[in-house]
Design a protein around this ligand. Structure first.
Ligand SMILES: [Zn+2]
Length: 236
């Protein structure tokens, strides 16, 4: 079982690990990792694996058959090698800020407009959320983005913890979150923006909302019946 450091410590930038498999000279699996694989609509981390004085650039991280694979830019790593992993922290931190911003927006849309998020995509340049609002009402959407910035200015803390599925299912406030999750998942990782919004989530987030900065609408797109798309950026 590979230990996923990013699930418990989202601010860890560096770690020691051992190579446990190498495929095609460039796909590396480690016994533990802080690298976030592309998943849940959020871009992967980048960075380096360092063995003694030799640096391997991590150009992509994905999850394949349950294993986190680090694609490096040159051959040479072998099973049993001890390495130090270093994240490109600017990139990771930007992705964390965008991801938490997307949760604030989806919380505002859900609580105030009863609109559900149907898709999202987070990169280091922009965030995108799709939601099922009945009318394409620009003013209404702008108002909720404005509300999101007000929530951010209140600087709620963001906590991450796990809950048993049965506790989630017996909590009226959380029942809806458990629906649609595979039956074999017994523990849910919850991202809790205190006093605002809770969601099951496997991603990386900032500790407090002020770290996000200010959300700006980049583009609004009407995707047809019940389907709206918001592109946003954040500024510190
Ligand atoms: Zn999320």
């Amino acid at each position: 079982m590979v230990e996923t450091i990013y699930l418990t410590d989202m601010y860890q930038k560096e770690f020691e690990a051992e190579v446990i498999s190498v495929t095609d000279d460039k796909f590396i699996v480690l016994d533990q990792t802080a690298f976030y694989p592309k998943s849940g609509g959020v871009a992967n981390d980048e960075g380096h694996l360092i063995r003694d004085n030799d640096e391997f650039n991590v150009v992509y991280v994905g999850k394949f058959s349950g294993k986190i694979s680090h694609e490096v830019d040159k051959p040479g790593l072998k099973v049993g090698d001890k390495i130090i992993g270093k994240l490109d922290w600017d990139r990771r931190y930007t992705l964390m800020r965008y991801h938490t911003a997307a949760h604030v927006i989806s919380g505002a849309f859900y609580h105030n407009l009863n609109a559900k998020i149907t898709g999202n995509e987070i990169s280091i340049d922009q965030g995108r959320v799709d939601f099922n609002l009945e009318n394409f009402d620009r003013a209404l959407i702008e108002k909720e983005v404005n509300n999101s910035n007000i929530i951010i200015s209140k600087d709620h803390s963001v906590e991450v913890y796990s809950l048993d599925r049965k506790d989630v299912e017996s909590d009226p406030d959380l029942t809806k979150l458990a629906m649609g999750l595979p039956k074999n998942i017994q523990k849910l990782r919850i991202v809790d923006i205190k006093n605002f919004d809770r969601q099951p989530d496997g991603g990386c987030h900032v500790r407090s909302l002020k770290e996000i900065g200010n959300i700006k609408i980049k583009k609004l797109v009407n995707k047809g019946k019940n389907n709206r798309r918001l592109y946003f950026t954040i500024e510190s």
